[in-house]
Design a protein around this ligand. Structure first.
Ligand SMILES: NC(=O)c1ccc[n+]([C@@H]2O[C@H](COP(=O)([O-])OP(=O)(O)OC[C@H]3O[C@@H](n4cnc5c(N)ncnc54)[C@H](O)[C@@H]3O)[C@@H](O)[C@H]2O)c1
Length: 437
């Protein structure tokens, strides 16, 4: 497994648990030395334990040395593929990895590319680089693009249940990759007839998600204007069958973050543009979702104003800093711009997130997070629920009443509390406001 970031860590640990032996190769020495000691920088529930167990049994090893590739039957690539200028691939990680691999590939191996890439990249960049070592793709080694579609926070379950798309370079590559996923993970396989088809399917998946959240976010705003609860509207809307499934509007929230949904739609947009196709919907959805942190911050300021608190006198406890529920990942978290907006208005913001790395919080938010929930909520005029992790779901808000300020508001940016929970909050003396609620 080349690239031991989030995807590489989750996939390597899962393959080991399924009985395979995996060597994780990463160019970052700190990552490798940490993993060798069984320490993961990702704290998804269960992941650190799986990695530690793999290391203990000797079935999961880590190295910075590509020499390990020669001993493998299958080589998976999960290096980062960041973009700049709205979707332009920054290919140095992928290029570096393929150039190294070209020096170590041997006949008979299967290369599986997992990293997200613009359509055409397997054919135009990856294969020529891999062949620069003298071997021919399709003859000496096999290659398939099999995009990773896990969603952070649910990755370990999803790796065992999601169908795997296989876009092989040739028929033999496809059969070998399909066999690998069936035997390695017991996965259901979806065959695509070319790498380009699989590349487009991956990007279309995240286009759909981003677009659907934008729809929910705009629906939330119109619902609020009619004093109607968007959650009730979405539940009612989603009750009819459509196509092969049902109408499935997703949920509104503080914004869309992470390394995928903020990048993949633009990747598709740019690739389409370079092929002479202008995609109008992508920029519209991105704009809606990018506006949500400010909208959430304005909701918080509104609630403070209703309680008679000027921003400069107010204290807000932000519970949950990660880009979504049940992950510690802070990449592109929409909570950061929401907090920046509150601070610019003069609010004293306290931060708390049990899943995030404090040094990363300091780097991204510019202040040290509180060490405990109690320290964060002390004297708060508003509890802003911006990533709703498992630990938060056990909070007894009635018990917090003595710690928070008398007119404390709860602003729900991602918890989507059910109506009875909202009623209990109000009975306990909090005001409640959600996005579209
Ligand atoms: N994070 C997600 O939820 C997710 C989901 C689906 C798909 N993806 C895609 O999967 C890929 C990996 O994502 P990630 O979140 O794991 O990225 P990441 O940034 O967490 O990890 C990338 C890793 O690759 C290593 N690396 C970079 N260049 C290397 C090289 N030449 N040789 C060896 N190692 C190298 C880095 O040191 C890093 O540890 C990306 O293309 C991403 O778009 C991510």
């Amino acid at each position: 497994m080349i690239g031991m970031g989030y995807v590489g860590s989750c996939l390597a640990a899962t393959l080991v648990e399924s009985g395979l032996e995996v060597t994780g190769v990463d160019k970052d020495e700190k990552t490798v030395s940490g993993l060798r000691e069984g320490v993961s920088r990702f704290r998804d529930p269960g992941l650190p334990e799986m990695i530690a167990q793999g290391v203990d049994t000797g079935r999961l090893r880590f190295t910075t040395d590509y020499g390990a590739v020669s001993d493998s039957d299958v080589v998976l690539i999960s290096v980062g593929t960041p973009t700049r200028d709205h979707g332009r691939l920054v290919d140095d990680q992928l290029r570096g990895c393929c150039e190294e691999l070209a020096r170590h590939l041997r006949p008979g191996q299967l290369v599986i590319l997992k990293s997200t890439i613009p359509p055409g990249t397997t054919r135009r960049l990856v294969i020529p680089l891999l062949e620069s070592g003298g071997l021919t793709c399709g003859e000496d080694f096999g290659l398939a693009f099999c995009p990773e579609r896990l969603s952070q926070g649910a990755a370990l379950d999803e790796l065992r249940s999601l169908p795997v798309i296989v876009g092989g370079w040739c028929r033999e590559s496809s059969s070998a990759a399909e066999e690998f996923w069936r035997r390695g993970l017991g996965a259901h396989v979806v065959s695509c007839s070319s790498p380009e088809s699989a590349e487009l399917a991956k990007l279309a998946n995240n286009w759909w998600v981003d677009h659907n959240i934008a729809l929910a976010n705009e629906l939330a705003q119109v619902c609020a204007s009619f004093d109607v609860d968007v959650i009730e509207v979405i539940e009612a809307t989603n009750s009819i069958p459509k196509g092969n499934g049902r109408v499935n509007i997703l949920l509104p929230g503080v914004g869309v973050g992470g390394s995928c949904l903020t990048k993949d739609p633009w990747m598709l947009w740019r690739a389409a543009r370079e092929n002479g196709v202008d995609l109008e919907m992508i920029s519209a959805a991105r704009k809606v979702n990018d506006s949500m942190p400010e909208l959430t911050a304005r909701l918080i300021l509104d609630e403070l104003a209703r309680a008679g608190r000027a921003p400069e006198e107010a204290r807000v406890a932000v519970l949950g800093l990660a880009f979504k529920n049940d992950t510690g990942d802070l990449r592109e978290t929409p909570v950061a711009p929401a907090v920046a907006y509150l601070r610019a208005a003069g609010v004293d913001v306290r931060l708390y997130d049990p899943l995030t790395e404090p040094t990363e919080v300091e780097r991204i938010f510019g202040s040290t997070p509180c060490a405990s929930l109690d320290a964060a909520v002390e004297g708060a005029d508003c509890l802003a629920l911006l990533a709703w992790h498992g630990e938060f779901r056990r909070i007894d808000f009635t018990l917090l009443r003595d710690k928070v300020a008398p007119n404390c508001a709860v602003v729900d940016g991602r918890a989507h509390l059910p109506v009875p929970a909202v009623e209990s909050l109000r009975e306990a003396g909090y005001s409640y406001r959600g996005i579209g609620r």
